[in-house]
Design a binder for this molecule. Structure first.
Ligand SMILES: C[S@@+](CC[C@H](N)C(=O)[O-])C[C@H]1O[C@@H](n2cnc3c(N)ncnc32)[C@H](O)[C@@H]1O
Length: 320
């Protein structure tokens, strides 16, 4: 369902923007029910990191060929601002931080205070990007897209998902194209199939692993979607060995029976829901008792060493 259409219809009906916004926001909260970000904002920074932010920054500035102090960046789904902060440290001209969760955005605002008037914060609900056309040199969208079609995908019984099954994702990419300046770069941090398989638990919990992958568009479909929108110079990178959560937390899998530890990675909710958690705990505890947990973790994590937890996709809007 197209959020802009819902919003417009409410606006027409009630003639009041704030009413439509509240109703649409409620709808979107349901859309992103994979994780409650009001709650998550309290613990998010204890564990999460801006994984590979410096490499990502170097790639997009390399494509852009502009000095940092001439770059205007929009970070959509900025969360608590970990990537926003890492990018901004390089001396960008301006940054707009935007998220649907007020609580996450508040954390980001506090973190970004050091950059003073170079920062604008905006409450947004993807796929809507309420910015004038050609506003930004860079748009970053880091670990966000898997949320925005989650409600519809949950209902879907389709075995093989295609591009059309991710309408909000497609709409977001299209709107990003419009608000990028010509020559601008879109940076999307996502998980493709092999990134999903880099998580140690996916081999042991096939039902949850399947649900985890379904939230994500395939690499081929993502690239084709960007091409269809006229993006060019599309580049994808893996970050072998890279974790989205601090290594000292991520690797401590003997804590799998601790709900607070599981809360650090929203994926464990899928394992709880699939009914595979008890068995997973048993496997880990047995491995620990036999003194082989480290060896097993390395084996289960094979794709972590080759692909890492995430991929970044870079795509340029043509200059003319
Ligand atoms: C996994 S967090 C990523 C945060 C940040 N980009 C990072 O990498 O640390 C996902 C973020 O997407 C936001 N989000 C989810 N659905 C959204 C939507 N429809 N519109 C805007 N933001 C959304 C959540 O509020 C959350 O802050």
């Amino acid at each position: 369902m197209d959020i802009s259409k819902i919003r417009n219809s409410f606006q027409l009906k009630f003639g009041l923007h704030f009413i439509s916004r509240t109703i649409v926001k409620e709808y979107c909260r349901k859309m992103s029910n994979y994780m409650n970000y009001s709650e998550a904002s309290k613990l998010y920074d204890e564990a999460r990191v801006a994984a590979d932010a410096e490499n990502i920054y170097n790639i997009f500035t390399g494509l852009l060929k502009k000095p940092a102090n001439k770059i205007d960046l929009l970070d959509i789904g900025c969360g608590t601002g970990n990537y926003s902060y890492s990018f901004m440290k390089n001396g960008l001209q301006s940054i707009t931080i935007a998220d649907a969760s007020q609580e996450m955005l508040n954390c980001a605002k506090i973190k970004m205070k050091v950059f003073e008037d170079k920062v604008t914060a905006q409450d947004i609900i993807l796929p809507n990007l309420p910015f004038p056309e050609k506003s930004f040199d860079v748009i970053s969208c880091m670990q966000v897209l898997h949320h925005i079609d989650s409600a519809a995908l949950k209902e879907s019984t389709k075995e093989h998902l295609q591009r059309e099954d991710y309408p909000n994702m497609l709409e977001t990419l299209g709107q990003a194209y419009n608000v990028l300046k010509p020559g601008g770069v879109l940076v999307i941090d996502v998980m493709f199939e092999e990134n999903c398989e880099s998580f140690w638990w996916t081999r042991l919990c096939p039902i949850a692993a399947k649900a985890f992958k379904r939230l994500r568009m395939s690499q081929k479909d993502m690239i084709q979607s960007l091409e269809k929108l006229n993006f060019e110079n599309i580049v994808c990178t893996y970050f072998p060995g890279s974790r989205l959560v601090k290594k000292e937390i991520y690797d401590e899998i003997q804590c799998i029976d601790d709900p607070k530890w599981r809360y650090y990675l929203s994926q464990y909710k899928l394992v709880e829901k699939s009914g595979e958690l008890d068995n997973l705990i048993k496997i880990v505890k047995d491995a620990e008792t036999s003194g082989k947990l480290k060896e097993y973790f390395d084996d289960w994590s094979e794709k972590l060493w080759t692909h890492g937890n995430h991929s970044a996709v870079f795509a340029m809007k043509p200059l003319a």
